[in-house]
Design a protein around this ligand. Structure first.
Ligand SMILES: [Zn+2]
Length: 339
């Protein structure tokens, strides 16, 4: 190591005083592009696979200061083709490996990890995680988790980003949900049914939202990360908008889609995919990649964003949860009674 490099590293020794100095140096190459205050923001990521782990890294590199990661799985060799994990991570919990990776990028970042299955996280812990965050990212591809998070985000008034990939990562989507502004996740993806009639190869049939998504699919990491990269920009745009309004350029990136309620971004990664061939048929030079923001509508009977609003915290309604903490307190009380 050269003398110059040693002195640079010493100048950023991981102690409290150096945090501000490091953050200023870190943001030198994206100065003015993002809102100030991102280092105080906490992002909750549920699902740390190909999309979640990639987004976590991008957001920490952009200056997000705190993160909560939820995922019960361990790193498998095949994960290495499209995640941030390394050979040495194989066999360790994804949340642990990712936490080490993120702390290696920014040692001052605060990373909380939860290796319980989402539905098994204790109610109190889940409430704490949700209340502490400014944004939820749903990187989980199962319908149950998405459905619960849709309700939780709405009840707790938290914005949520839900990236998804279609079969073989030939296409993908990013749903942006802002309670009180956009329709909820379920109402938004209902919009797919009207577009699905436009082509023989329907995305609705390919994805069957939540059952035909990417987990276990054969797909290229670069296609997965195309969607995850866009979802990361949407996350930074949304957070910047919340912190500084449209004063920061990136805030404008999603302003129009939010105003127009076109909060459902669809993406094509192969030529003539889904509706893109038809939509752009007379436009020259239209090959993959392509994108289209689709307008979503609130179903008035929706219990999440319609007239029938949620009255109880959905976290209290998670039926499959075994509330271990609550149970042990209860047992402790019972034992005390018999002492
Ligand atoms: Zn709804």
């Amino acid at each position: 190591m050269s003398e110059g490099m040693t002195s640079t590293i010493e100048a950023f020794a991981v102690d409290t005083e150096n945090r501000t100095k490091f953050e200023a140096a870190l943001s030198e190459r994206n100065k003015g592009l993002l809102a100030k205050g991102l280092s105080e923001v906490n992002v909750l990521i549920v699902g740390c696979g190909s999309v979640g782990s990639y987004m976590a890294e991008k957001l920490i590199r952009a200056g997000i200061g705190a993160m909560t990661l939820i995922d019960p799985d361990e790193v498998e060799p095949y994960n290495l083709t499209r995640t941030t994990f390394k050979y040495d991570d194989i066999g360790t919990l994804k949340v642990e490996a990712l936490s080490v990776h993120l702390k290696a990028i920014n040692p001052w970042s605060s990373i909380e990890v939860e290796s319980e299955k989402f539905e098994a996280v204790s109610k109190q812990k889940l409430k704490d995680y949700v209340q502490a965050c400014s944004l939820i990212i749903c990187g989980a591809d199962d319908k149950v988790t998405q459905g619960i998070l849709n309700r939780v985000a709405s009840y707790h008034d938290k914005p949520m980003i839900v990236p998804g990939l279609y079969q073989g990562a030939k296409g993908g989507e990013v749903v942006m949900v802002l309670p009180g502004v956009t329709p909820c996740l379920e109402c938004t993806v209902e919009g797919r049914s009207f577009t699905a009639t436009q082509t023989e190869e329907t995305v609705g049939r390919q994805t069957d939202y939540g059952t035909g998504r990417l987990e276990g699919e054969i797909a290229l990491g670069c296609d997965v990360h195309h969607v995850a990269g866009i979802a990361s920009k949407i996350a930074l745009s949304l957070l910047s908008l919340m912190l500084s309004g449209d004063k920061v350029e990136i805030g404008k990136f999603i302003l129009k889609p939010l105003q127009d309620k076109t909060n459902y971004l669809t993406l094509g990664m192969t030529p003539d995919y889904w509706l893109f061939g038809e939509v752009f048929q007379d436009v020259p030079g239209q090959y993959a990649y392509q994108s289209l923001w689709i307008q979503a509508h609130t179903n008035e009977n929706c219990c999440v964003c319609g007239d029938r609003k949620l009255e109880l915290d959905p976290i209290d309604e998670i039926a499959t949860e075994l509330d271990v903490e609550g149970l042990s307190t209860q047992l402790g009380d019972m034992n005390n009674e018999f002492v």
